[in-house]
Design a protein around this ligand. Structure first.
Ligand code: GLN
Length: 485
């Protein structure tokens, strides 16, 4: 395969700096690849050559002027949940199938500012609700490792695009696992930072207290470079954190001697499939060789995270999605008798079944008489889950386990069984409920040669340490360099 397609962001950056290639050439390379292969994967909803090439041209000017930063001129695939000025921004829904954003999300703005190139908007589960990318109005996305397998969700288009080398890197969002789970199923790396580090401004809201954006790429080193661009205070997001800027690449090469890896006994119990367990155990052996020690810890409230998540996320979604009413933007039913009828028809026609299910659950748990029994109870349990992690971090520096209980399942296998689908996030949703940073890196293959992801959960603001831990493993192994094509 063309070496450019497998190159790290650092390599691409130095090719651009050394004038081995221009951003226009690099962008054209990836656009050609998207044209050639996107029909197989359906990873992109929108590709706009003209707009991408215009950005590449601006990047080439920046590069020539010597004002470039590390990711200037690099094509990045943007999840279609981020509003990008002049781009169709659908969130995977018919409801926004005609919405061209008049403004840029905070994340898009930060990439634009340093002259990165938006290479296209990636497919996703409708309003980021799903674990398989089968709920998108724009059709299912395929896993490049096996066209019969799901890519995971909701950032399935992003994961598929990076795995198939249609883009060197991508953005994703993670409300219950949507960066880490598709990263794991597609054999790539992805990180959900600490809640509040990346701006949610212009990122279409699903469950605001859980939503967090993050990068998806081939390696931890690439993720560090992307985080350097994405993290930063934004006054337009009321939960954005004001902190000193950090360079996430600085700690990458620290040795791992003495790092204490906590292994939650609840994760290594029933539920994890044998093939996943074998790959995780081999990865942990590698960590021991690298000088880390493993200690058993306990997260006793682990079984509660899915039920708590599926009360809180729908509750917030039912409120957030009330804005889609056919009045100001987006889809509107073609015929209706009066205002009430317009609202009803618009929402009945504009939302898909999974989104409706979430709105119904959310409205129910927030309604008078059920609010205390479900919503308030779930908030209390959320606190207990956070306490488990606080206790665990007294005994370890970082926590590891599987990202998902199984390798990628087949398309259609779980789409009629929401409970089974929801269980895909059994290991990931706690990081959203607590706001902790968490990532997934590829550590081998399971059944049918489908990828396995190692889940690394850090303490608050320990992204640099997590990336260090991931990078050291990637220096010693080459799973992250393997490509399905
Ligand atoms: N799979 C989970 C859900 O369907 C999480 C989605 C996400 O993180 N956006 O809600």
């Amino acid at each position: 395969m063309n070496t450019l397609l497998n190159a790290s962001l650092k390599q691409l950056s130095s090719h651009l700096a050394n004038k081995k290639i221009s951003s226009t050439e690099l962008t054209t390379e990836f656009l050609n690849r998207i044209h050639e292969l996107n029909s197989q994967y359906n990873a992109f909803i929108t590709v706009n050559e003209e707009m991408s090439l215009a950005q590449a041209k601006t990047a080439d000017t920046l590069l020539a002027s010597g004002r470039a930063s590390p990711l200037t001129g690099i094509p990045i695939a943007q999840k279609d949940i981020f509003c990008a000025k002049g781009w169709l921004t659908t969130c995977g829904s018919k409801m926004l199938s005609n919405f061209v954003s008049p403004y840029d999300a905070g994340v898009i703005e930060r990439f634009n500012l340093i002259g990165a190139v938006n290479i296209g908007k990636t497919n996703m589960d409708e309003f980021a609700m799903g674990s398989s990318n089968e709920t998108s109005f724009y059709g299912v996305v395929r896993n490049p490792w096996d066209p019969l397998a799901v890519p995971g969700g909701s950032s399935g288009g992003a994961a598929s695009a990076v795995a198939a080398r249609l883009a060197p890197a991508a953005t994703g969002t993670d409300t219950g696992g949507s960066i880490r789970q598709p990263a794991a199923l597609c054999g790539i790396s992805g990180i959900k930072p600490t809640y509040g580090l990346v701006s949610r401004y212009g990122m279409i809201a699903f469950a605001s207290s859980l939503d967090q954006a993050g990068p998806m790429a081939k390696s931890a080193e690439d993720l560090a470079l992307l985080l350097n661009v994405m993290v930063g205070f934004d006054f337009r997001d009321s939960t954005s954190l004001q902190r000193d800027a950090e360079d996430y690449t600085l700690d990458l090469s620290k040795p791992l001697d003495g790092v204490r890896i906590g292994l939650p006994k609840e994760y290594f119990a029933e539920g994890m499939s044998k093939d996943v367990e074998a790959a995780i155990e081999t990865a942990l052996d590698e960590y021991r060789k690298l000088g880390a020690q493993t200690v058993e810890i306990s997260l006793p409230n682990t079984p509660l995270s899915i039920p708590v998540y599926y009360v809180l996320a729908p509750a917030e979604a039912s409120s957030n999605l009330s804005r889609f009413d056919g009045v100001r933007y987006g889809y509107r039913a073609e015929s209706y008798s009066d205002l009430g009828d317009m609202y009803r028809k618009t929402r009945a026609q504009g939302f898909g079944p999974e989104v409706k299910r979430r709105i119904l659950i959310g409205t129910y748990v927030l309604s008078h008489g059920y609010y205390d029994a479900y919503y308030i109870k779930a908030q209390k349990l959320r606190r207990l889950i956070a306490q488990d992690f606080a206790d665990a971090y007294k005994h370890c520096d970082i926590i590891m386990g599987p990202t998902t209980p199984t390798v990628a399942f087949n398309l259609g296998e779980k789409s009629n069984d929401p409970i089974q689908m929801y269980l895909s996030d059994i290991y990931t949703s706690a990081a959203n409920l607590t706001g902790l940073p968490a990532m997934s890196i590829p550590v081998g293959f399971g059944d049918k040669h489908r990828p396995v992801g190692l889940h690394i959960i850090g303490n608050y603001f320990r992204e640099a340490q997590m990336l260090n831990v991931a990078h050291q493993y990637q220096q010693a192994t080459d799973w992250h360099q393997q490509s399905p094509l």
